[in-house]
Design a binder for this molecule. Structure first.
Ligand SMILES: O=C(O)CCC(=O)C(=O)O
Ligand SMILES: [Fe+2]
Length: 276
């Protein structure tokens, strides 16, 4: 049973509910992990790299490296005054408690991923604050043809132990690029290699997300590695705006193009209110 003070259900927990007696402790396997830190300049993940020492020059890392494909980071995507305006707009809208100490606001069609069903009835478009952000994304090379149809705001705070467990984002409805605007504090997006092998030490890659940067996840980072935000990556309030595009099936030439086109038409009105 979920604790009423938070939005956790099932095996998930946050700092507000984790002391309730249940099966959580047993559900967490202890896996040996080897930690690598991603450098946005040379696009490799390094065994010895402290981003605190400066992320702008490759001389700040050392040791061994592994290739890590599918990440683009655009620093200073919004300015400090813009960030302030965006947060003010966001905080005028209602937040809803979610799993693992997060709060959320959703703008998008209602989706049942298990049954692969989509309802557009309550979707009124992306919110007005994105009307100027989306064209700015389209001006950068990897996002030229990026047409988001879903926007999700997640709020993380240390007081609630906010986090998100390792997962893959859906691939039936959502397309290759996941695009996140990281606001209010620096953080790390963690990537977990998924190939099942109990003998091996599993690699984990930490990708630094500077405050006010845009992070694009695609390719191997999207499809071969799970991603997460652990509690210790949240040092003060963080708000993430994640944009998602349609998969091929819902785009021109795909078998559900008509439905996809309708969803895109709604998204582009930029009149959206939070979906319950
Ligand atoms: O907070 C983030 O940057 C990641 C959120 C995420 O992975 C998701 O909403 O699927
Ligand atoms: Fe995700």
């Amino acid at each position: 049973m979920a604790d009423k003070r938070c939005g956790c259900t099932g095996i998930r927990c946050c700092l507000l509910c984790e002391n309730r007696p249940k099966e959580i402790a047993a559900a967490k396997p202890s896996i040996q992990e080897e930690i690598w830190t991603y450098c946005a300049i040379c696009r490799k993940a390094w065994s010895e790299f402290d981003p605190e020492q400066g992320m702008d020059h490759c001389s700040s890392h050392n040791g061994k490296y592994i290739e890590f494909n599918g990440i683009t980071i655009i620093k200073d995507f919004v300015s400090l005054p813009e960030e302030c305006c965006i947060i003010t707009e966001i905080d005028k809208m209602p937040w809803k408690s979610s799993q693992s100490g997060r709060r959320k606001q959703d703008f998008g069609p209602k989706v049942n991923f298990k049954k692969q069903k989509l309802k557009t009835g309550t979707f009124s478009g992306l919110p007005p604050l994105s009307e100027s952000i989306v064209p700015r994304m389209n001006a950068v090379e990897p996002l030229k043809s990026f047409h988001p149809v879903e926007q999700c705001h997640l709020e993380y705070v240390p007081e609630r132990g906010s986090a998100i467990d390792p997962h893959f984002d859906d691939r039936w409805l959502w397309g290759e690029r996941l695009v996140t605007l990281n606001l209010l504090s620096d953080s790390f997006l963690h990537f977990h290699y998924t190939q099942e092998n109990d003998e091996a030490i599993r690699p984990k890659v930490r990708v630094p997300m500077p405050r006010r940067s845009l992070i694009v996840v695609s390719g191997d980072a999207r499809y071969r590695w799970m991603h997460s935000i652990p509690r210790n990556a949240i040092t003060s309030r963080r708000v993430a705006i994640t944009y998602r595009e349609l998969s091929e099936e819902f785009r021109e030439g795909g078998k559900r193009y008509e439905l996809g086109d309708m969803v895109l038409g709604i998204a582009r009105t930029y009149q959206g209110q939070v979906v319950e």
